[in-house]
Design a protein around this ligand. Structure first.
Ligand code: SF4
Length: 369
């Protein structure tokens, strides 16, 4: 469809009334909706980024049990924080919350900032999270634009420009702000997100049951299926990786990833990517030699684990292995720390999902003496 700059009709305040009425009758009872504690709102909104509500609920409940307030989070070791986050992905979210909690304790006497600007100064808090805390916890008239809200307004406005463009986000934010009923930003923002989650879904939106359908230009123009305009999907990269379960005196060698980069601070079984033309066994021997300065004997293959991360599809070839000279001390070229741990100790540490699946398998099948 050709792009047009012709001004389009914008929804009126009636939009907000219909939306709030619908929300009153249809809002789901979610744990973070039973509180106005800014800390709990912050935690829930960070967890909800890129993650579905049903996945977040048990994580949120466990987190609030373990770290019920900012000071308990700030005082917790980072290892415990990452363990609590294990499986949620995008681990920088947990690391940043930990950093921000420490900063709130050190710089702000343990109190969360009460302004949008003050919130934005904390690590990991962007416009979306600051908008959520200001509107939901403090009921300030601040808009909140997440992926659900963008989708709803891209359809309401029948927006032809890609929704991720800065100009599109600015336009949506401006419209959302203009529609906030004074003093009801918290409810309004949550109602918009709920509409996006339950009715105006990415596929097969329920336009017949939509409380704001009379305001929807995409419905009128029959362009719902092509709104929002999204950027082309990034291709995921396929990776072949080897990992070794190196056992000595019934203890297993694990290493902690460096504090910066992908899955920083998580524990893993040593190994690495295959070079072109290399077999998984050769890659494993080379990686142990390069990164840990250990000569290993590569033993039987334990399994191959396939796992999809956001940007990668990993095929993890796992082998038993043993040190040729058991007295050798591993070096730290690509890890922050190494440990020899008992199988039981593996449970208390945070691992990437593929390694966690391997641990479950090892627990079931047993570790050789
Ligand atoms: S009418 Fe359909 S496309 Fe338009 S806002 Fe409602 S659910 Fe979304």
């Amino acid at each position: 469809m050709p792009e047009t700059n012709a001004p389009k009709e914008r929804p009126s305040k009636d939009f907000s009334r219909s939306l709030l009425r619908w929300y009153e009758e249809n809002a789901r009872d979610l744990p973070w909706r039973r509180t106005s504690d800014p800390y709990a709102i912050w935690v829930s909104e960070i967890m909800l980024q890129q993650t579905q509500v049903k996945t977040v609920i048990p994580y949120f409940l466990r987190w609030m049990d373990a770290f019920p307030n900012i000071s308990s989070l700030a005082e917790a070791p980072l290892d415990d924080v990452l363990k609590m986050w294990e499986g949620l992905g995008y681990y920088s979210r947990a690391r940043n919350m930990h950093k921000a909690a420490k900063e709130i304790m050190d710089r702000l006497d343990g109190r969360m900032p009460r302004t949008y600007k003050g919130l934005l100064e904390l690590p990991g808090i962007g416009a979306y999270t600051a908008g959520a805390v200001c509107s939901i916890a403090y009921n300030q008239d601040v808009p909140l634009v997440d992926a659900n809200v963008k989708r709803v307004f891209a359809r309401i406005l029948d927006m032809e420009k890609p929704v991720e463009q800065t100009a599109a986000t600015r336009e949506i934010r401006g419209l959302a702000e203009s529609l906030i009923p004074s003093g009801k930003a918290g409810l309004f923002n949550q109602a918009l997100m709920e509409l996006g989650a339950l009715v105006c879904t990415p596929k097969n939106p329920d336009c017949k049951g939509c409380p704001v359908s009379v305001h929807c230009l995409a419905l009128k123009e029959q362009t719902v299926d092509s709104r929002p305009v999204l950027p082309p999907k990034k291709k995921t990269q396929a990776l072949e990786v080897s990992a070794g379960v190196c056992v000595r005196d019934r203890k297993i060698l694990i290493q902690k990833r460096l504090p910066k980069g992908l899955m920083a601070g998580l524990w893993e079984f040593p190994g690495g990517k295959l070079n072109p033309g290399e077999s998984p066994e050769q890659a494993l021997v080379r990686e142990f030699a390069e990164e840990l300065e250990i000569d290993i004997e590569c033993g039987e293959k334990i399994t191959v684990i396939q796992h999809a991360y956001t940007r990668f599809r990993v095929r993890l070839h796992v082998f038993w292995c043993s040190m040729k000279k058991p007295a050798q001390t591993p070096a730290l070229h690509a890890a922050e720390e190494i440990r020899w741990v008992s199988p039981k100790e593996l449970d208390g540490l945070a691992f990437p999902s593929a390694d966690r699946r391997l641990i479950q398998m090892l627990m079931k099948d047993g570790i050789p003496a």
